[in-house]
Design a protein around this ligand. Structure first.
Ligand code: PLP
Length: 469
């Protein structure tokens, strides 16, 4: 395969992609292959001689495609969506063609300066004040790790990276039980240790952290000689959309001088609509905020927007400058690799630029509002259908429910219902646990989802529930 043939193949694959996206709704959402099936279809040894693109593409269709779960399917209602609006895919195509490695300003000034501008556009879109700077991380997990490392260093007066944790006092970090597991991982990797991740009990309809309990736990830790380092708050948690009372929790953190990181990986996108910003009132006082434009804004995976009140603290924690990374004579420029754990970085800002321009904030708001309204209508229908019970109310476009039948253990019944739904293929749902019970989770957020798709979810759920033996 040579560059001179690229145009032909690029055109063919573009046409294939258009057909795929226009007809993906006719396919079952979840892949139906059995474990090991794809592996068994792949040769065990690599080819010694070059192969024809025609044959490679044919194998892509016959071996790879059956093993794909269609994340871009309009009835993908599982997990949180990982979207890929067409304008964003085109930007990724250009990025792949250029393949710049954007670790320093001088290794692609356009990538760095576009990133600065896009983080400014996103900040304004979410209604955040201009005191925040931003960087694009590969994932919310990386942003949370960077934030936890910064809170660790700040609490240890910048000695953790040098003397390590063994010769320092025991740090404590606070979060609710509803945060994503990326928080646990960040605590492990940072060396703080899961024993020092303090789970604050939740209360209220939003299943948010109880601020009085947060304060009591900080006091108890201080009395025990520990060093509270920071609080990780969540807005739109993974299981049920749990949301901490940001304003009051930050007030407690401020009282004790603690670093605050807010994980709004999914729901952050909804903040482009002013009517949802009350969910994170007070967020402008956080030190660090992450949200994933790749989840709900239509920007292709991966793209995580990380806002920082004081980027200097992050850079002080992560920057490292061997001679080969010094950019002499270029004072005042930003080298974004000093803002993240990995050194190498892709050109992610381009796809944000394409998406914001191709759809405009109004176009994106309309999509999000539709998802939320259609999901709300589905919630209303399920809540008035015999045998069904709403477990947690809608948080944006996410709610949970259960199916109940006399004499059948609810967890067993609901697991059977989820299996039946996902084997059926019309829609794709996942489960979570609420206060120990297995429940079914619904969320809408795919870029091309229509009202009809959400209505079809109701038909599939009820029909398959009634058919259960
Ligand atoms: N935070 C929340 C609330 C999430 O739902 C997720 C993933 O779904 C993450 C963090 C982790 O995101 P990422 O895959 O970008 O690391």
């Amino acid at each position: 395969m040579e560059w001179k043939d690229f145009g032909d193949w690029g055109g063919r694959i573009s046409e294939w992609a258009e057909d795929y996206h226009l007809s993906v709704g006719d396919r079952p959402v979840r892949s139906r292959v059995k474990p090991g099936e794809v592996l068994a279809s792949l040769p065990a040894v690599p080819p010694e001689q070059s192969e024809d693109m025609e044959k490679i593409f044919e194998d892509f269709e016959t071996i790879v495609m059956p093993g794909i779960t269609h994340w871009q399917h309009p009835r993908f209602f599982a997990y949180f969506n990982s979207n890929a609006a067409p304008a964003s895919v085109l930007a990724e195509f250009l990025t792949a063609a250029l393949s710049p490695q954007c670790m320093l300003w001088q290794t692609s000034p356009a990538a760095t300066e576009m990133e600065t501008c896009m983080m400014g556009w996103l900040r304004q879109s979410l209604g955040l004040p201009d005191g925040f700077s931003g960087v694009i991380q590969d994932s919310a997990s990386s942003a949370t790790l960077a934030a936890v490392l910064t809170m660790r260093e700040r609490a240890l007066e910048w000695t953790g990276n040098t003397v390590g944790l063994a010769r320092n006092p025991q740090l404590r970090v606070y979060c609710s039980s509803e945060v994503h597991t990326s928080v646990d991982r960040a605590i492990w990797v940072s060396g703080i240790g899961s024993d020092n991740l303090v789970r604050v009990p939740i209360s209220g309809a939003w299943r948010g952290m109880d601020p009085d309990k947060l304060e009591a736990l900080i006091e108890a830790d201080l009395a025990a000689g520990h060093v509270p380092a920071g609080v990780i708050l969540c807005v739109g948690g993974t299981g049920t959309g749990a949301t901490d009372p940001i304003d009051v929790c930050i007030a407690v953190a401020e009282k004790y001088g603690l670093f605050v990181h807010v994980d709004a990986a999914w729901s952050g996108s909804a903040m482009i609509c002013p009517e949802y910003r009350h969910y994170w009132e007070g967020v402008e006082r956080a030190d660090s905020i992450v949200f994933n434009p790749h989840k709900w804004l239509g920007v292709q995976f991966d793209c995580s927007a990380h806002f920082l009140k004081s980027p200097d603290d992050l850079v002080r924690t992560l920057a490292i400058q061997p001679e080969y990374l010094k950019t002499h004579g270029a004072d005042g420029i930003i080298n974004y690799s000093e803002w993240s754990v990995p050194l190498g970085r892709r050109f992610r800002a381009l796809k944000i630029w394409f998406v914001l321009r191709a759809y405009g904030l109004e176009g994106l708001r309309e999509r999000l509002r539709n998802h939320i309204n259609w999901s709300g209508a589905l919630h209303d229908r399920i809540s008035s259908t015999e045998g069904f019970e709403i477990v947690t109310p809608p948080m944006w476009s996410l709610f949970t429910f259960r199916y109940l039948r006399d004499g059948v253990e609810p967890d067993v019944l609901n697991q059977r219902l989820i299996n039946a739904i996902n084997d059926d293929g019309r829609i794709y749902l996942t489960q979570t646990r609420v206060d120990g019970d297995l429940v079914i989770r619904f969320q809408a957020g795919q870029f091309e989802t229509t009202e009809e798709d959400v209505k079809m979810a109701y038909d599939a759920i009820v029909e398959l529930a009634e058919a259960l033996e």
